[in-house]
Design a protein around this ligand. Structure first.
Ligand code: ATP
Ligand code: MG
Length: 176
């Protein structure tokens, strides 16, 4: 099953993230993909909220990995943007915390899949375009995002079913 949701606002993408966090189990892995400014970190703030973490999540661009502790599972938040290779992902030793945490990797496509065969891949689409005098990534900053979920493995399929049921009441689905 694939799931496609529309997130018109920051509150929406954070609500979807919170559902993801609420239904997470130790060992779960999420790869958040999408262009600059798509909303990967914004969605991770919602995920943290769903895990009962009070700290304000920010982009771990420079530290690469940030750990958060809350009332439930720990969150391991990774920004793989500056990592060039599988070896560099390996050197972070994410395996050691994976089983007891929810691991979220921004920019993980093509790099972080090796961490687990059970994982949820989320593609965040945002409209981009070219307009004179503006950087493409600055355009349409508030445009609705489209979230495409793809589960790998049995556990991720169940997780996604829980997320879909949870979100049904408040986020529009695009794939029905
Ligand atoms: N519907 C929406 N969903 C997510 N973000 C939105 C939405 N509407 C507006 N925004 C804004 O878009 C920006 C998204 O930035 P964010 O840092 O979350 O993106 P990112 O994908 O993590 O970027 P980077 O590639 O730099 O890590 C924020 O400023 C947020 O307020
Ligand atoms: Mg980010």
């Amino acid at each position: 099953m694939e799931l496609v949701l529309e997130a018109p606002s920051v509150a929406d993408i954070q609500a979807v993230g919170a559902a993801l966090g609420r239904h997470a189990a130790g060992g779960d892995l999420v790869l958040l993909n999408g262009p600059l400014g798509a909303g990967k970190t914004t969605m991770t703030q919602g995920i943290a909220n769903g895990l009962g973490i009070d700290a304000k999540v920010s982009s771990p661009t420079f530290v690469i990995v940030q750990n958060y502790h809350g009332s439930g599972l720990d969150l391991v938040h990774v920004d793989a943007y500056r990592l060039g290779s599988l070896e560099e992902i390996d050197a972070l030793d994410l395996d050691s915390s994976l089983d007891v945490s929810l691991t979220v990797v921004e920019w993980g496509a093509g790099k972080a899949e090796v961490l687990s065969q059970n994982r949820l891949e989320v593609e965040i689409d945002r409209p981009l375009g070219a307009q004179e005098g503006q950087e493409p990534e600055d355009l349409y900053e508030d445009a609705p995002r489209v979230l495409k979920f793809r589960p790998f493995g049995e556990r991720a399929r169940r997780w996604l079913a829980d997320i879909a049921a949870d979100c049904a009441a408040y986020v529009p689905r695009k794939d029905v």
